[in-house]
Design a protein around this ligand. Structure first.
Ligand SMILES: *[C@@H]1O[C@H](CO)[C@@H](O)[C@H](O)[C@H]1NC(C)=O
Length: 408
């Protein structure tokens, strides 16, 4: 068995060597039931993208033998570098040299975690020259083995999670080391249809935009593998929400694909709600229909009758929300990114107050941006650029049609 595995590994290493240096492309699907995003993994299984997740994990159905990784090895330390809140603290015990590695994969939605060994598996995808698929590759990855109960609340057909955080065993870092490409990924999350994830960097499938990309440094926060950015201010219809720059700086802005909406710490949420409702009430003076508030649907507080909301190119006609990011540009959200349809006839403002966190508590992020707020933007997470640490860029595209373009 082990010998067969070695042969398979050797064969895939040969295949890898011949495609050295090309980034890898995966189509991204949005699951309508959960609002989570998945990419194909291999043999029909898919993995949920977790932009803040430090590991790749999957059910292993007992068929794969565990990788022979000792508990005290650097790889095992990497796998346990960012224990999820509530998971057991990793420990090798006293007989540390004999024990195999145990990792603690965690479910980004429920927060549940489980102990599992690490095993070698493959990520089957196409390499890309930025324009079209070049060849299929099986990228060898090390994943944590999870029991199937850890799949609760994840989309049907998914067998685990692909963590995209800034950690050694996240998918981008693993693709980087096996494919000899940059530890960098592009994400274009779709509202529907297929979006795209590209691991390993350029050339970009959107050459028309390369001149006009906006950059903001990605910020690392001690103890967290997640990607953070810095906000200078939040604007609603170009008016600054009365929140101090200091309040936004304490805790920072975390990017997450766990929820389809934004979580705001109380000291940011209250002023935001005030500014948004005021700007919405002022809209009819510019020709917008009068938005009719309806009974809120949890967890949202501001909900409207969709028939009373106008529509324009940017989705529902609601006040624009601008996140003025470090670096001078605005992450500009129209109704498409700031509103969420919760049931037929009702749409809510996709900003929710963070629970269990005091106003101004710097241990919690000031803002956690959700998946729906990243849709139809190209986000470039470059974890290799050291100063300014990491850069991301946003340009508005139709993620769906851009994927068609790079699959042509
Ligand atoms: C690679 O690209 C081809 C052509 O577009 C497609 O048919 C195939 O399914 C792709 N393979 C993977 C693993 O995505």
């Amino acid at each position: 068995m082990a010998r067969v595995l070695l042969l398979v590994l050797a064969a895939s290493l040969v295949a890898l060597a011949s495609s050295k240096g090309l980034p890898v492309l995966a189509p991204v699907t949005k699951d309508t039931a959960t609002s989570l995003y998945t990419i194909p993994f291999h043999d029909g299984a898919s993995l949920v993208l977790d932009v803040a997740g430090p590991l790749v994990w999957s059910t292993c159905e007992g068929s794969q033998p565990p990788a022979e990784i000792p508990c005290s090895s650097p790889t095992c330390l990497l796998s346990n570098a960012y224990p999820a809140p509530g998971c057991p603290a990793p420990s090798c015990g006293s007989d540390r040299h004999d024990k195999p590695c145990t990792a603690y994969p965690s479910n980004p939605v429920t927060g549940a975690c489980a102990a599992g060994s690490l095993f070698h598996t493959k990520f089957a995808a196409n390499t890309t020259d930025g324009n079209k698929p070049v060849s299929e590759v099986n990228v060898g990855v090390l994943a944590a083995c999870a029991p199937s109960k850890l799949l609760a609340s994840l989309p049907r057909g998914s067998t685990g999670v692909a963590g995209l955080a800034n950690s050694g065993l996240a998918l981008p870092a693993q693709v980087a080391s096996t494919q000899k490409v940059a530890n960098r990924f592009l994400l274009c999350l779709p509202t529907g249809g297929l979006g795209v994830a590209i691991f390993g960097g350029g050339p970009l499938p959107w050459p028309q935009f390369t001149q006009s990309m906006d950059y903001t440094p990605l910020v690392a926060k001690g103890g967290s593998p997640a990607h953070y950015i810095s906000l200078k201010s939040i604007k609603v219809e170009n008016t600054r929400v009365p929140v101090s720059e200091r309040a936004l700086a304490t805790g920072g802005v975390m990017l997450s694909t766990r929820l389809p909406y934004v979580l705001l710490r109380r000291d940011v949420y209250r002023p935001f709600v005030g500014a948004f409702t005021k700007a919405l009430a002022a809209q009819p003076a510019n020709g917008a229909p009068v938005a009719r508030a309806v009974k809120p649907v949890a967890p949202f507080e501001l909900c409207y009758d969709t028939k009373s909301l106008g529509n324009n190119l940017g989705g529902y006609w609601v006040p624009n929300v601008g996140l003025a990011v470090d670096g001078g540009s605005d992450w500009a959200m129209t109704g498409k990114n700031s509103m969420v349809d919760v049931k037929p006839g009702t749409a809510c403002v996709a900003f929710v107050e963070m629970k269990g966190v005091e106003a101004g508590d710097g241990r919690a992020p000031a803002v956690i941006l959700g998946g729906a707020q990243m849709e139809d933007f190209v986000l470039d997470f470059d974890m290799e650029k050291k100063r300014p640490v990491i850069i991301s860029l946003f340009i508005t595209v139709q993620c769906t049609s851009s994927t068609t373009a790079c699959n042509k």
